[in-house]
Design a protein around this ligand. Structure first.
Ligand code: T6T
Length: 328
């Protein structure tokens, strides 16, 4: 056998030996993870995504917009689609209407979509106006708003003026929270007057300014509902700055370290912890299952809450839901 034939034989053996891995790498499910913005909630979601990717042997490409909104999210999405190698996109649409087009374009390019935390259209992917996403995996935010209302009403003794500080209009998550909150206040607490919402465009300082202005304008204000991380942290900071901690009660959506600190200092009376780890982990599971041929995945999964107050915050079964973000 000539030297040249020997070399060729060797290369073939090596190639064949590598074939299964190459084929496997080829077949590896590839997911683009595109959350809403950089914040502790999505950082915990990313931990769930990466844990599932490791457990299930799928590849994840993550890109996180620096600011909340369609303007920041769409170009990243388009670039993900243009890569041409993604099978799935797991994303939190930053507007329930304006992100329909860009995500439909991803589907038309052969990529399947799973929405986490926020949804498109009315979130009913079976009978609603938008049905192309595989599933919505996230909180029942209307129910979260109801829980927040009952918690704030209890904290202020069932009467008085309360204020909603929120992030952005037309975002399914916070919109649901506002809706559930108002619904309960209207139906169950006629002696409570609701002001707002003001929209802080996901800017904590803006939330502080807006809340400070209301505290100035409404000396009898009894409570504030912050519909997400930056709304609640900003509102709580304004109450502290005004020296009204313990007098003006704050209910915080999202269990960040700061929200828990504000609760331990008597400023926040209730914290609603969502389950972002579960959302991220299950979204990757759903993608892997779909790729494996599973056709009966639920079109909607509600991940529930942990309701934290100063009496149960030390209970490990509850404290585990506080958003732990590894230090950089
Ligand atoms: O509250 C979460 C998320 O559920 C919402 O859609 C946007 O804001 C957060 O990410 C918190 O900042």
């Amino acid at each position: 056998m000539s030297k040249r034939q020997l070399c060729l034989a060797l290369i073939t053996v090596l190639a064949l030996a590598a074939a299964p891995q190459a084929a496997a790498a080829q077949d590896k499910v590839k997911i683009g993870f595109l959350p809403g913005v950089v914040d502790p909630f999505y950082q915990v979601m990313q931990i769930g995504v990466e844990a599932a990717a490791k457990d299930l042997g799928v590849e994840v490409v993550t890109q996180i917009p620096q600011t909340w909104g369609v303007e920041a999210q769409t170009p990243i999405l388009d670039a993900m689609v243009a890569r041409g190698d993604l099978d799935y996109i797991v994303t939190a649409p930053t507007d329930k209407d304006q992100m329909i087009g860009p995500l439909k374009a991803a589907v038309d390019a052969g990529i399947k979509v799973i929405t986490v935390d926020t949804f498109l259209g009315d979130g009913d992917y079976v009978n609603g106006p938008v049905t192309f996403p595989i599933s919505y995996i996230g909180s029942d935010n209307v129910e979260g708003g109801r829980i927040s209302a009952r918690g704030l009403a209890k904290a202020i003794g069932g009467k008085g003026i309360v204020y909603i500080n929120s992030t952005n209009p037309n975002v399914s998550s916070v919109e649901g929270r506002e809706q559930g909150f108002k619904e309960v206040m209207e139906k169950e607490f006629p002696d409570i007057k609701v002001l707002g919402p003001d929209y802080n465009l996901d800017d904590q300082n803006k939330a502080t300014q807006q809340t400070a202005a209301v505290l100035e304008r409404e000396p009898d204000l009894a409570g504030v509902f912050g519909t997400n991380v930056f709304s609640a942290q900003g509102a709580g900071t304004a109450v502290v700055n005004a020296g009204l901690g313990g007098h003006v009660q704050v209910v915080a959506y999202d269990a960040t370290q700061l929200a828990i600190e504000l609760m331990n200092n008597g400023v926040v009376s209730l914290v609603l912890a969502q389950k972002p780890f579960d959302m991220g982990y299950m979204a990757v599971q759903f993608a892997a299952a779909d790729a494996a041929g599973v056709t009966s995945l639920p079109r909607r999964v509600e991940t529930g809450f942990a309701i934290i107050d100063k009496d149960n915050v030390k209970d490990p079964a509850i404290a585990r839901f506080i958003y732990q973000v590894p230090a950089k």
